[in-house]
Design a protein around this ligand. Sequence first.
Ligand SMILES: Nc1ncnc2c1ncn2[C@@H]1O[C@H](COP(=O)(O)OP(=O)(O)OP(=O)(O)O)[C@@H](O)[C@H]1O
Length: 226
Amino acid sequence: MFSSEPVLTLDNADIFQGQKLVLGDVSFQVHKGEFVYLIGRTGSGKSSLLKTLYADLWLQHGKGQVAGFTLNALKPRDVPQLRRKIGIVFQDFQLFFDRSVEDNLKFVLKATGWKDKTSMNNRIADVLMQVGLGTAQKKMPHQLSGGEQQRVVIARAMLNEPQILIADEPTGNLDPAVSDQIMKVFQAINNAGTAILMATHNYDLLHKYPARVLRCQDGQVIELKG
Ligand SMILES: Nc1ncnc2c1ncn2[C@@H]1O[C@H](COP(=O)(O)OP(=O)(O)OP(=O)(O)O)[C@@H](O)[C@H]1O
């Protein structure tokens, strides 16, 4: 089980897109090592909520804490540090297609302050192993399947050992067998202690890999009782 330490707390938070209130009075916590699904219809506010957590949208009303950062008091200069403490995985892979897997990962390490070559190589080997791609280091993204590319994206999100992984429709473009592989990778990461908050439309996954569920509905976030 997970410890009682929250890695994410929202307290009466209002989530806006521009002037539009998307979700009002949102309060919930995610604890260290927890796995939480975020569900809801198209346009219900899942992506807006996740964007607020990694400061792509500012939290203007209410309080929020993520990985030790206070969202409601965040300065633009804090954003890169915040994003180092959370791993972010999107539906679109966003890998550099003109660079090898290794160079894609090295780019992020260098951008986040890593300098020592051996440490970087070791960390890259570790995260690729973690997602079951131990031999893909020198490959170019186009030589990998969609599922493998998504696993590289997950490996990239794990580089700086985030306390929480935030995933927005990570299996959205993938067929069921490949989605299963991705879920197994998430489960392994989660079992090793990283909290995961995952927005999905894929209700099959909820049945197959049961966990806590939050639903965006009618401008609110509701806890579904299991
Ligand atoms: N960049 C934007 N500017 C203005 N409004 C936006 C923007 N992005 C989303 N919205 C609006 O905010 C609301 C919530 O959208 P959001 O993308 O968060 O929903 P979602 O639940 O993630 O949907 P989906 O499942 O389709 O990804 C919608 O009404 C949408 O039209």
